[in-house]
Structures are given as C-alpha cells and as structure tokens.
Design a protein around this ligand. Structure first.
Ligand code: AMP
Ligand code: TRP
Length: 326
C-alpha cells in the first residue's frame, strides 16, 4: 500500500481536464492506497481572489471532488489552510529550493507574463506544493501533465533535504493517466483546457449540462482537411477529440481514428461518450447539492486525519534542521 497525495485549486469551476487528468485517478486509487487529497486554498490566494468567490469556489470544488467518487471514509480529503503545518513546511521548503530553480518554472513564467500584479506567492508556489507533498511522505502524486516540472522540483527538494539532514523525507513520483493527461481547449487546441481560458466555449465545465457539453463539442475547432487522423502536431483539434474519446473508452486514439471518415460523427460520439462517462458523477453531484452539510462533515474529518500525519512529519523536520522543541 503506497501513500498518495494530490491537490486541486479552488479557483473557478473545475473542468473536464481536472476530471480526466486528476480526479478520476484520485477516486480509482483510494482502495489500493492510503490517499490524501488537498483542496489547496492557500495556493488559490496567488490569484488574489474575491473572498466570497473563494469561499464559494472552495465549497464547489469540495463537492465536485466528492461527486467524482472520492470517499471521505476511504481516504483523507481536506483543506490545505486547515492544516497549518503546510505553511510552516512551506517556509522550510522556500529555504531549501533556490531562486534559480523557481525562476525556471515554466508555469511561473507564463503566468507572470499574463498579469500586472505578480505576487511573491506566485513565484514561491512550487515550494508550498513541495511542502504539501513531502509532509505526507507521499510515494506517488497523481497529476496532469502540466504539473510534471513542479513534481521534479519536489523530488529535488526531498533529495537535497535528505542529503543535508539525513533520510527523513520520501522522494515522490508523479503518476500521469494513460489518456487525458493533457486535455486541450476546444476553441484553441494548442492550449491546455484551463479555468482561465479566453473563450468559455473552449472549456467543458464539470457543472455543464449534457446539452451544453454536446454543444461545445459540436463547435470544437478542427481543421479544413476533412480527414480523421491522429496527429497532435498537425491536427491538434481532431487529435484532442480522439484523445477525449480514448480517455472515455480506453481505446487507443489511432485505432479510433480509423473508424471515422468525417468530423461530424466523431464529434457526436465524443459528446455521447463523455456524457456517459460523467453520468454517475452528475448523479452524485445532484445528491450532494441537496446536502451541503455532508461536505462540511467530510472536511472536518479530513482535517483531523491530515493534521495527525502532517504534524508528525513537521516535528521530525523541525528537529532535524535545528529548531528547538516548542
Ligand atoms: P488545477 O485546476 O490547476 O488545480 O489542477 C488540478 C489538477 O488537474 C492537476 O493535477 C492538473 O495537472 C490537472 N489538470 C489541470 N488542467 C488539465 C488539463 N487541461 N488536462 C489534464 N489535466 C489537467
Ligand atoms: N499546483 C497544482 C495545480 O495547479 C495544485 C497542487 C498544489 C498540487 N499542491 C499540490 C498538486 C500537491 C499535487 C500535489 O494543479
């Protein structure tokens, strides 16, 4: 049985990329492994969200995670800010990674370019992420492809810590899904699907109705060649649709491509397969929307279980680095 940790930010509405890249794996892992899943509300502060929007987004993301099949009795689901050890360990990690390492993070560079106010938190964010992971001594971290570089940094931080202070921290590994690790925007298929997309038509929100989903897939950007072929570089739009169908059916995208002569029928099947895939999710979500206290209770339980593990690691870290006992 391995130890798993992963996180999702409560910013805006979770989308299909979150589901296929992360949440689906989260639910699948909880029977085999000892899983810790964090809603990383401290990370969301780097965007300086409106307080009411942050509160709403945090509750919504918790509900979506539960609806995706994450079961608070079989794993630990918690809010990052409820376990103060994260902030403390975050500082230790900030002092253990270099300015140069953080400067090389491609996500930082992309996000810093796109905004006027670049918070120091946006820059040090991967150190806090390393803290999230290392506090739980996680062996594996299920994430989408965009988190690969942050995971490398967390590994480097653990290796460096251990060589300075002795073998205390588990060196984690990223686990990427076979299909769905990088879901692309339906309107701009060379960019990943994200909560901050320019056109809302490009992002399939997990709260979209089946009809809205079908409409967005139908309008997805393809190309004028008119041939169904899996070629992500030359045909990003069509290849993304094939990747989605592959993620939903488990078949290879190349094999799926052979079955279609035209874009229309491909899109119809993608929409149908995704709606089928999301059917149990939507059913659970509707149930949870009627009982918000279930979400509060799950987070209260998770907070206790998470704090027990994180505090124990933090005590050992504090001692190892030379802080006096409190
Ligand atoms: P975030 O919404 O940035 O907090 O991401 C939460 C999880 O979803 C992380 O594991 C990401 O790697 C994953 N993820 C985000 N966007 C995508 C995408 N377009 N395709 C696949 N996985 C994604
Ligand atoms: N940086 C991740 C993202 O944007 C979220 C995250 C924070 C995370 N801490 C984590 C993911 C720890 C995995 C493990 O998606």
């Amino acid at each position: 049985m391995g130890r798993i940790l992963s996180g999702i930010q409560p910013t805006g509405a979770p989308h299909l990329g979150n589901y296929l890249g992360a949440l689906r794996q989260w639910a699948a892992m909880q029977d085999e492994d000892d899983c810790f899943y964090a809603i990383v509300d401290l990370h969301a502060l780097i965007n300086v969200p409106d307080p009411d929007e942050l509160r709403t987004a945090t509750r919504n993301v918790a509900m979506v995670v539960l609806a995706a099949g994450v079961d608070p009795d079989r794993c630990t689901l918690f809010l990052q800010s409820h376990v103060p050890a994260h902030t403390e360990m975050g500082w230790v990690m900030e002092c253990g990674v270099s300015f140069g390492e953080l400067s090389r993070m491609t996500q930082f560079k992309a996000k810093a370019e796109a905004r006027e106010f670049v918070s120091a938190g946006l820059f040090t964010y991967p150190a806090l992420q390393a803290a999230d992971i290392l506090l739980y001594q996680a062996d594996r971290v299920p994430v989408g492809d965009d988190q690969r570089q942050h995971l490398e940094l967390a590994r480097d931080a653990a290796v460096r810590f251990n060589s300075r202070y002795g073998p205390l921290l588990t060196v984690p590994q990223a686990t990427l899904p076979k299909a769905g690790a990088r879901v692309m925007d339906l309107q701009d298929p060379t960019s990943k699907m994200s909560k901050s997309a320019i056109s809302p038509q490009g992002t399939i929100d997990l709260l979209d109705s089946p009809d809205e989903l079908a409409r967005k897939v139908k309008r997805a950007v393809t190309d004028t060649e008119g041939v169904v072929r899996y070629d992500p570089a030359a045909k990003p739009g069509v290849s993304n649709l094939l990747d989605l169908l592959s993620a939903a059916t488990g078949e290879a995208p190349e094999a799926l491509a052979d079955r279609y002569a035209q874009y229309g029928p491909l899109k119809a099947d993608v929409a149908e397969a995704l709606n089928e895939l999301l059917r149990p999710f939507r059913k659970r979500l509707a149930e949870l929307q009627g009982e918000p206290s279930a979400v509060t209770a799950a987070l209260a339980l998770g907070r206790q279980k998470a704090a027990a593990v994180a505090d124990a690691t933090l005590e050992r870290v504090r001692d190892a680095i030379g802080l006096l006992p409190r």
